[in-house]
Design a protein around this ligand. Structure first.
Ligand SMILES: [Zn+2]
Length: 414
């Protein structure tokens, strides 16, 4: 960078008294921390700093002072004035402040990130400084944890996820559970304060994958979610519900047909839509129930019939008046997808709705012993599991198929 000139002390001080943002005020691009060599001249006094964290726009390249840089420059300038010197040169001395989190564990991080990246220091939740210091890892570290059933790793978007260790005592769902991100270099990032909450063994595994900071963090959903409470991509379960609503809206806008039904009841059920923490009949049943109520009962049969009539006209099949929701959705999907090449098998696509229904009847304990066994077999077979006790496998397959189904319904109803 060239020399930055200030013609008056007050201009200089004003430039050190600015809010640091995470976006460029000139072009709106995202800023990231960039280590820069800067030379600042204030009415004849020169400060030459070889390495200082600046905030640099990824789009237009403009740089802004980070809070860290503001403080360094302020201190240096006052020191120059006090001594009556004309210039000072500063070389990096490799000093790294250590915070009081996971302190004895030897994690490598750069306190200048904490002091430069906007928002990290303004953290009311944690009384000790340094909680939101980014600590960087080789992303391969996660492979170890994904393979270990003691842990739950959930990557819910390209740049955001969470990992938890199951509580062996079974009192809490997790012994610890923390978010992580991936930066634009593909490095895995945790907050130092979160690492502090992990058990020794997990810390030890992560420690082996710990790498030096490359200072990139802001351009990730992990950071954005933490700072601006913008939630990244929701979990699949929520996406399914949101896609169902988009489908209902699309139909309303295109055909003037109202498919929503029992709206308030569905709103209440939505609270139960979440990722189960453990996978057994009991924990899965609440979610299955809620899905069935929202996706099947929450769709008006009258509306579906009227949509069926509109789509099929004179080609409607005999006896359709007696059809229930799932059959109607199937025929509607068939017609909506009729012009589409490589449309997946309709029976398979619609299968998760039947399974929701079967599952719910099974869980309501309305069946005889013999029928229960048949239903268990049917559900596991359809969902590609060996046994009904493989609840986790069945659950994820169900969610995957529901996700596919509602993505199709959204795309085909536009
Ligand atoms: Zn810019």
């Amino acid at each position: 960078m060239g020399m930055i000139h200030y013609l008056s002390e007050s201009d200089f001080k004003k430039s050190l008294d600015k809010y640091c943002l995470d976006k460029c005020s000139k072009c709106g691009g995202i800023l990231e921390v960039s280590m820069e060599h800067i030379t600042v001249n204030v009415v004849g006094k020169t400060m030459d700093i070889e390495e200082i964290p600046m905030l640099k726009c990824k789009k237009c390249g403009v740089t802004y002072y980070s809070y860290y840089a503001q403080e360094i420059l302020y201190g240096m300038y006052n020191e120059l004035k006090r001594r009556g010197d004309l210039g000072v040169k500063s070389k990096p001395n490799g000093y790294r402040k250590m915070y009081d989190y996971a302190a004895s564990k030897g994690f490598v991080y750069d306190h200048r990130d904490y002091e430069s990246i906007p928002g990290l220091r303004f953290d009311d939740e944690h009384s000790k400084e340094g909680f939101l210091t980014p600590v960087f890892f080789d992303r391969k570290a996660l492979l170890y944890f994904i393979a270990d059933p003691e842990y739950i790793v959930d990557i819910f978007s390209e740049t955001y996820g969470h990992i938890g260790k199951k509580d062996s005592e079974g009192i809490y769902p997790y012994e610890w559970d923390v978010p992580f991100g991936f930066n634009t270099n593909g490095k895995l990032v945790f907050w130092l304060g979160d690492i502090d909450t992990m058990d020794d063994m997990s810390q030890g595994i992560f420690r082996n994958f710990n790498i030096a900071s490359d200072h990139l963090l802001i351009d990730s959903e992990f950071y954005q979610a933490q700072m601006n409470c913008i939630f990244s991509e929701p979990i699949k379960e929520k996406q399914i519900i949101s896609n169902m609503k988009i489908f209902v809206n699309n139909i309303h806008n295109k055909y003037g047909i109202e498919l929503s039904h029992l709206v308030n009841e569905c709103k209440i059920q939505e609270i139960n839509i979440k990722r189960p923490i453990v996978f057994n009949e009991q924990s899965v049943s609440g979610i299955v129930n809620a899905f069935d109520k929202i996706l099947v009962e929450g769709i008006s049969v009258v509306g579906l019939k009227s949509l069926y009539e509109t789509l099929y006209g004179e080609k409607r099949k005999l006896g359709y008046e007696k059809w229930q929701s799932i059959r109607l959705i199937k025929e509607i999907l068939k017609q909506l997808g009729s012009g589409v090449q490589e449309m997946p098998d309709i029976e398979k696509m619609i299968s998760p709705l039947y399974i929701l229904h079967d599952y719910r009847i099974y869980l309501d304990h309305l069946l005889s012993e013999n029928e229960q066994e048949k239903t268990r077999l049917h559900i596991s077979e359809t969902m590609g599991a060996e046994k009904f006790s493989e609840q986790e496998k069945i659950y994820y397959e169900l969610i995957r198929r529901l996700d596919v189904l509602y993505q199709y319904l959204v795309l085909l109803s536009k």
